[in-house]
Design a protein around this ligand. Structure first.
Ligand code: ATP
Ligand code: MG
Length: 579
């Protein structure tokens, strides 16, 4: 800490004049510590009754009462956290009651404004370190320069003045973690904002930590079911995968994420929803919806709303991720949603510009790719040696007029294992979820699909592609032959089957039954408008008359051909009765 200190004069602040012997002791102590001649001047100060304060350059040695209390406090909180060490530490506390000096580097605020402060005089400060300002306001070092550092502030900067003191903590930013967070709404600093009292947490994790390496991982091989037929059938997501949800504004992006959360009920998955830059009112409404659906029993909401400062929005996804890692490392399965990373990138851009970093493409700083890659790489399926837990990430990105080739969308598309592309035109046609089948893809989830689902999906994607092509060609011709007409009806029916209301997830078995019947062309005679109602009735029929089928799909290894035939027979029976 003292290596860059070149001052040779130290100042001793105390109420009483030290004796010559004491003075000599200080000189000896300092000269030994800094390895050079140092003179000490006494300053009469009433600020430290019953103690001293020794300052040399930016190093402060605190023998004041306050300093003693702080040491005691630190020791007590350590005791509380490490109860195993209580006995030896208690002994130590008792015996070494006279505290050792704490050396703290103190800096001075140069400028402050827009959630950013520049500070000079902290020579040994590190990147990402937390600093304490006036009134205990916390800030994080984001920019290191030769003579000064740029710091982002996590709360209102009003009490901080030019020239006020700043202290180092030697710690990086972290968040308390623990099981007590489940069911709660917190801000990115880990403080509850739902008015339900303090959260009991014994653990603490840095918000930034390195992603698991190759050896620590295993392949993605278990499904994370969304309950949405359009996604589970064609773009299956596996536990530990990162699947991007991308689309223009108001295309149902958040709805897909929320449906996936509601579908995890009773599946032992812990869900974390990180809201970045959204209206506080819409987040409140969402929490209400989730609570009514019983989904808050296993969900944590991390909210950095639009009115929060850019630094708070910037750390939100990392804080959520740290919470997720806590559960993942306990061997649990976690689903984390970042809604959305476009707003996160914008918060980071404003920070960077305020910190005087040079702007690049679309005025984003040069490291905006790393901003998201280091976040999304932390999603993983851990090896069995590490407990086999997983964290599945569903980042959301908003596009402008469907432009997926803008800077942030292309970056995140290249980081993730696939994307679900939502289209405004489809959304307004009533095709909801508005998944564009041609542009969406899931690169790893296929391995995680259940065998039954894999077999049931069959030629769905191909059939839909053919339908779209045929639809374009036949738009203007009126006289179509029967087989073409049938083909069109079949395609239209498939598209209808993929429509699904919000908060109405299908179970995996229902999805298989629906797919087998639809691909078996049972829905061709049903008028288009009635398809969704009829499919609901069909599932009801199966549940009432043949509950064994769902059980067998759940239990059996795959979907043997005989079972497929059986499902088709029961489906046909239902259709015949319906008429
Ligand atoms: P934003 O860009 O504002 O974040 P978004 O893309 O997240 O919007 P949502 O808020 O999820 O979109 O959905 C927009 C509207 O569409 C909401 O009112 C929602 O209730 C409705 N909606 C979404 N999905 C469906 C669906 N499957 N069926 C019916 N309505 C839906
Ligand atoms: Mg949204």
């Amino acid at each position: 800490m003292s290596s860059f200190n070149s001052n040779s004069r130290a100042y001793l602040y105390s109420a009483e004049k030290p004796t010559d012997a004491q003075m000599e002791g200080f000189v000896k102590f300092l000269s030994k510590k800094y390895n050079r001649e140092i003179t000490v001047s006494w300053v009469n100060s009433k600020e430290f009754p019953g103690g001293f304060r020794l300052e040399i350059g930016n190093d402060v040695y605190d023998w004041s009462k306050e300093g003693k209390f702080e040491q005691l406090r630190e020791k007590l909180s350590y005791l509380a956290k490490n109860s195993d060490n209580v006995i030896p530490l208690m002994k130590e506390t008792v015996h070494s009651w006279t505290p050792a000096a704490i050396a703290r580097e103190v800096g001075t605020v140069l400028t402050v404004g827009d959630g950013i402060a520049t500070v000079e005089g902290l020579e040994n400060v590190t990147f990402g370190e937390i600093l304490i300002f006036t009134d205990g306001i916390r800030g994080m070092v984001m920019e290191l320069r030769r003579d000064e550092v740029g710091v982002i502030l996590f709360s209102d900067e009003a009490p901080i003045m030019e020239g006020s003191s700043v202290y180092r903590t030697g710690k990086t930013a972290g968040i308390p973690v623990g099981d007590g967070f489940i069911g709660r709404v917190i801000n990115p600093l880990g403080e509850p904002i739902d008015g339900r009292g303090v959260i009991d947490s014994k653990n603490y994790r840095p918000i930034e930590s390195p992603a698991p390496g190759i050896i620590d991982r295993q392949p993605v091989n278990r499904p994370m079911e969304t309950g949405l037929l359009a996604i589970d059938s064609m773009f299956p997501i596996g536990r530990g995968q990162r699947e991007l949800i991308i689309g223009d504004r108001q295309t149902g992006k958040t709805a897909i994420a929320l449906d996936t959360i509601t579908n995890q009920k009773g599946k032992d998955v812990i869900c974390i929803y990180v809201a970045i830059g959204q209206k506080a009112s819409s987040v409140a409404q969402m929490v209400n919806n989730l609570r009514n659906k019983g989904a808050m029993d296993y969900t944590i909401i991390v909210n950095a709303s639009a009115s929060d400062a850019a630094p708070v929005q910037y750390i939100a996804p990392y804080a959520g991720c740290a919470l997720g890692e806590y559960f993942m490392q306990k061997g649990e399965d976690v689903l984390i949603i970042y809604d959305d990373l476009s707003k996160h990138a914008i918060a980071y851009r404003s920070l960077s510009l305020l910190l005087d970093r040079s702007p690049g493409r679309e005025a984003y700083p040069g490291d905006v790719f790393y901003l998201h890659s280091r976040l999304l790489e932390r999603a993983a399926h851990l090896s069995d040696e590490l407990g086999g837990g997983s964290m599945t990430a569903l980042p959301i990105v908003e596009t402008q007029a469907g432009d997926v080739s803008a800077y942030i969308p292309t970056n995140i598309i290249s980081i993730t294992d696939g994307q679900i592309f939502l289209e405004t035109a489809l959304f307004f046609e009533g095709q909801r979820p508005a998944v564009n089948v041609g542009l969406s893809v899931s690169r790893v989830g296929g391995d995680a699909q259940t065998k039954a689902m894999k077999k049931a999906t069959g030629t769905l994607r191909l059939d839909l592609a053919q339908y779209r092509e045929m639809e374009v060609f036949t738009q203007f011709s009126s006289d179509l032959d029967d087989s073409t007409k049938n083909q069109l009806l079949y395609g239209k029916g498939l598209m209808r089957i993929l429509r699904q209301k919000q908060y109405k997830p299908y179970s995996g078995e229902d999805e298989v039954i629906l797919l087998v019947c639809a691909l078996g062309r049972l829905f061709i005679p049903v008028p288009e408008k009635e398809i969704n109602k009829v499919s609901e009735e069909l599932l009801q029929y199966f549940r009432q008359n043949r509950p064994d089928i769902a059980d067998r799909i759940r239990g059996s290894e795959g979907l043997p051909d005989e079972m497929k035939k059986e499902i088709l027979a029961v489906g046909a029976e239902f259709m015949a009765k319906r008429k």
